[in-house]
Write a protein that binds this ligand. Structure first.
Ligand code: VG1
Ligand code: CO
Length: 541
């Protein structure tokens, strides 16, 4: 064992989902090592603990995995489970942690951020329940990064990550495991694969864009091999270190080919995509985009059609900026609805306590109590299970849903790569004006309430303040403003726009038209152009 002296490195504070920085930052001497040592220093683990390691295959993944193995060997772990080729999707890593009783896992990913030598890398720690470390743990990690004086490793060669099998690294047993097998087996337990296979045999077609990211091998195995979709159903199925030069972010901008397919003449019945680390899902039917907030509501309303959820749901949880569509389903089902801050880490306590079964975020994240992460392919398979049982199109299912519950027109406008000072000034000024907003009107909309969202976890009582600024209008429309916690360049302002159209109203409208007054109001309320000089968002999702 060798101990390497080091010094604290500023800025190693985990954000919404782990520590994300440019590869060039991570590749600096001691950068990844300091962070990993810090994790090993502060997290709870028994003697002889098992650690799971895997990533989304992006550039720098293998380097950090080899170093993490040498460090785990010097830090008292008994066993490391690592995905073959260094690959584990985020939901698969969550499953492996749970299934093998690991004390936690290192998930190496910057998710939907681009990859490559000049792009992004990330490290996230998940705890023994398989979920992202809660704020108490990430805060302890951060404090420790400010005090660290040495990190430890054993002197050992790189192991062969590509061959399944067991290697000794000092006293540590390293097992390279199949990245896909356990996850695919879990999916077979949750869903009615026979029904989906029958639908495929009967002509159901789909297109899945893996975006050259981690879901390629999972989607090929499950969709093409086990469910019988035609070869070629999975597009961009080979994980690449730079995702083919694209952003592995499943939205209309970065997955535009899928949109063109699904809105084209030869569209298959169902279209989907996932992100860099496989925890997000994009759902597009023939000629219809399903917003993630609507998808959450529709999945919750139909989940009983899949075997794992046939007994009903215990509750539905959504992040605060996610539309209230899921709340209406919860109300109809007579189960509780929870509203949490942004980020999957806030769902863990509710899932562990059996208070919620299905959770979702407007950012294309949906999942259930089968793991403790959002799960892109899980959402795709639940949709397929529902399509197979209901024998209707996505459009029919959506229309019937809106006819029953009303429709929450919804969009998110992102202003990316803003100067940090401008974004902070906008937030500070808006925060100061919140108290004066109620009663004022903007583009014909009157503010009913305005606040800064704070959350008290109903299970452990922990409090998280300043989780987004909410402006609620009379009649149920809403604008939320918050700054992203996952970016690596400047600041990103997210503006979430929502308007509720009740049953009997205009349910077949065009979203931009329906939100036009809110878009104008957002600028009037927050001074977006005044602070940032921007007149248009960079991305609309
Ligand atoms: C974004 C999303 C949030 C999601 C997070 C991690 O965070 O808004 O809903 O949980 O990314 O997703 P932020 O702070 O940038 O808004 V992933 O798939 O990038 O790990
Ligand atoms: Co992700």
């Amino acid at each position: 064992m060798v101990a390497r002296p080091t010094q604290p490195i500023a800025g190693q504070k985990p954000g919404t989902s782990g520590l994300r920085k440019k590869v060039k930052v991570f590749a600096q001497p001691n950068y990844a090592e300091n962070f990993i040592q810090t994790v090993f220093d502060v997290v709870e683990r028994p003697e002889n603990a098992t650690l799971v390691i895997g990533g989304d295959g992006r550039y720098h993944n293998r380097t950090v995995i080899q170093q993490a193995i040498r460090m785990a060997a010097a830090n008292g772990y008994a066993r490391v489970l690592v995905g073959q080729g260094g690959i584990l999707s985020t939901p698969a890593a969550s499953n492996v942690i749970r299934q093998y009783g690991a004390s936690g896992g290192l998930v190496l990913s910057a998710s939907h951020n681009p990859g490559g030598p000049d792009e992004d890398f990330g490290i996230k720690y998940n705890i023994a329940n398989g979920g992202p470390a809660p704020e108490s743990v990430t805060e302890a990690i951060y404090q420790r990064t400010c005090e660290i004086t040495e990190w430890r490793m054993v002197e050992a060669d790189d192991i062969d990550l590509d061959t399944i099998g067991t290697t000794q690294v000092g006293g540590l047993t390293v097992e390279v495991i199949d990245s896909v097998a356990d996850y695919a087996a879990l999916m077979e337990k949750l869903f009615d694969f026979d029904a989906i296979r029958a639908a495929v045999a009967g002509g159901l077609t789909m297109s899945f864009d893996a975006m050259h990211a981690v879901t390629g091998p999972y989607a090929r195995e499950i969709l093409e091999k086990r469910l019988g979709f035609a070869e070629g159903t999975v597009k961009n199925g080979v994980p690449l270190e730079d995702f083919g030069g694209h952003h592995p972010d499943p939205n209309a901008v970065h997955a535009h080919e899928l949109f063109e397919t699904m809105f084209g003449v030869a569209a298959p019945d169902f279209g989907a995509a996932s992100d860099g680390d496989g925890d997000r899902n994009l759902i597009v039917g023939k000629g219809i985009f399903v917003t993630p907030s609507d998808s959450l509501a529709m999945l919750a309303a139909n989940a009983h059609l899949a075997p794992a959820y046939a007994g009903g749901l215990k509750g539905i949880a959504r992040s605060m900026p996610t539309s209230a569509a899921a709340d209406r389903v919860a109300e109809a089902l007579g189960i509780p609805a929870y509203e949490t801050p942004t980020g999957w880490k806030f769902f863990g306590t509710l899932l562990d306590a059996g208070m919620a079964t299905i959770c979702g975020e407007e950012s294309a994240g949906t999942g259930s109590d089968h793991v403790r992460e959002k799960d892109g392919l899980w959402a795709v398979l639940l949709w397929l299970n529902i399509l197979a049982v209901r024998k209707q199109s996505v459009a029919q299912i959506a229309e019937e849903h809106w006819a029953k519950f009303g429709r929450n027109y919804y969009a998110r406008h992102d202003y990316e790569a803003l100067p940090t000072e401008a974004a902070n000034a906008l937030v500070a000024e808006l925060t100061a004006s919140l108290a004066s907003l109620p009663g004022q009107s903007f583009s014909g909309l009157t503010v009913a309430e305005a606040d800064s969202f704070g959350y008290t976890d109903p299970v452990d009582g922990s409090v998280s303040l300043n989780q987004g600024l909410r402006v609620l209008f009379e009649g149920g429309s809403r604008i939320v403003f918050r700054l992203s916690g996952t970016g690596t360049e400047g600041a990103t302002l997210r503006v979430y726009l929502e308007r509720y159209e009740p049953v009997g109203g205009d349910l077949a409208g065009h979203t931009p038209d329906k939100l036009a007054d809110l878009i104008t109001a957002a600028d009037a309320i927050a001074g977006i152009t005044r602070h940032t000089g921007r007149t248009e968002p960079t991305v609309i999702t």
